[in-house]
Design a binder for this molecule. Structure first.
Ligand code: C6P
Length: 412
């Protein structure tokens, strides 16, 4: 069970913004951190700061053990083997790593790389760079009615030329939770690999790589109660074993000569240089925190918040929610438009009320263009949010409407 009592674990939820209690509705951008994660960061630096995989003295061994224990925790969290879990800076770096290693090795001129219309720029631009380099084409799975992927187009868009399909599990704009298994089946039927952007799903849903049926999964620590600058790439072991390294440097090599080198196995082959040791250890603490709550409970809490939020927001005249309205098919990123008001104006006035929401294109310009809107405001929910905060959002939006209605009357 998730209760408002867990808010006591998050120091930042108790600060004030503009003299008002903070109502944090921007967890899709980054989540707040529980004390246990802050403690893990500090205790590494205070008690056993040393590099990993290098020294044999006690501090170095302690740091290495904690770093590798974090890898084990993350692996268990997603139902994977630890050797297939690679620490990177975040989702963006994960996807660039796949594009520049697996992609460069396997994509040729005339091939197709398939994405969907609801991708974050992090899951589009790295593929464009690869496609431009190789003379490959980007093909796009459309978004259909109510912000769901149009799975009827799967057989048309994914075909014999497709080498890589890369899709988000949960949209950061529409909130849509995609049917990854259906896309995996089609990708595998034509011999392509499936990359899943889990930036918005791993923090919010139980995610097991075997159940998704994907070949790669990318996610970020900072959206799941962990620190910034640490993220994860999971890859299927037999694929990682054949992939070339991403960066060259220390700790990823077996033998180095002047002209050439040989490389270690995964995950070390993909972790050149000193990694984000504190970040990985603190991500392990975040995983412990989420595991103790139970990801089924996190999802159930968010689903009930989404149901409440959609019902309350739908009562506001002129408010249009993007994406599915059935809470069973979506997560807690709720992008909306309020009449013809500019999203930044909406977010600014909410901010004055202590309510933190994001405004803009949310790094999804092609999706906004498709929907015919330049920008949206977005409230995004997480395990620490409450129905009272949604009530405050609704009151805040009523103020926004009243403010602009007054200005319009004054203009006449
Ligand atoms: N979306 C948002 O406000 P990084 O920045 O590498 O941790 O995550 C990138 C990323 C990739 N995919 C999806 C679906 C995402 O939502 C994000 C990050 C934030 O929506 C910041 S732009």
């Amino acid at each position: 069970m998730i209760t408002p009592a867990l808010r006591a674990d998050f120091p930042l939820l108790h600060v004030r913004m503009n003299g008002k209690p903070l109502i944090y509705l921007d967890s899709a951008a980054t989540s707040q951190k529980p004390q246990a994660v802050l403690d893990a960061l500090l205790s590494y630096y205070r008690e056993y700061n040393a590099n990993v995989h290098r020294g044999v003295y006690e501090l170095a061994e302690r740091a290495t053990l904690a770093y590798e224990a974090a890898r084990e925790k993350v692996a268990t969290f997603i139902g994977a083997r630890a050797d297939d879990v690679i620490f990177v800076r975040g989702t963006t770096e994960s996807i660039n790593l796949i594009a520049q290693t697996y992609g460069r090795q396997n994509v040729r001129g005339g091939d197709d790389i398939v994405v969907t219309e609801m991708e974050h720029h992090s899951n589009l631009v790295p593929w464009q760079m690869l496609a431009q380099d190789k003379g490959a084409a980007i093909r796009v799975l459309p978004v259909g009615a109510e912000g769901m992927l149009d799975l009827g187009a799967l057989d048309r868009v994914i075909g014999p030329r497709t080498r890589i399909v890369s899709m988000t599990h949960q949209s950061n704009v529409l909130g849509t939770i995609n049917d990854v298994r259906a896309v995996a089946a089609r990708a595998h039927a034509v011999g392509a690999v499936l990359v899943v952007d889990g930036a918005q799903s791993v923090p919010h849903l139980p995610v097991r790589v075997a159940e998704l049926g994907c070949d790669f999964l990318a996610f970020s620590g900072h959206k799941m109660c962990g620190p910034t600058g640490i993220g994860v790439l999971w890859g299927r072991g037999e694929i990682l074993a054949k992939m070339p390294p991403f960066h060259g440097g220390g700790e990823m090599i077996e033998r180095v000569e002047y002209e050439r080198s040989t490389y270690r196995e995964s995950p070390h082959r993909f972790e050149a240089g000193t990694p984000n040791i504190a970040g990985a250890i603190a991500l392990g603490a975040a995983v412990d925190y989420l595991t103790a709550l139970g990801m089924e409970n996190v999802r159930a809490h968010e689903e009930s918040l989404v149901r409440y939020a959609i019902a309350q927001l739908s009562d506001l005249p002129d408010l249009k929610i993007l994406g599915p309205t059935d809470p069973a098919t979506r997560g807690g990123a709720i992008a909306f438009q309020l009449g013809d008001l500019h999203a930044h104006d909406v977010a600014q006035i909410l901010g004055d009320e202590g309510i933190a929401v994001r405004a803009g294109h949310h790094c999804a310009q092609p999706l906004h263009r498709k929907l015919g809107v330049p920008s949206t405001a977005r409230a995004s929910l997480y395990l620490y949010n409450t129905t009272e905060e949604i009530d405050a959002l609704v009151r805040g939006l009523e103020k926004v409407r009243a403010f602009f209605a007054g200005r319009r009357t004054g203009d006449r």
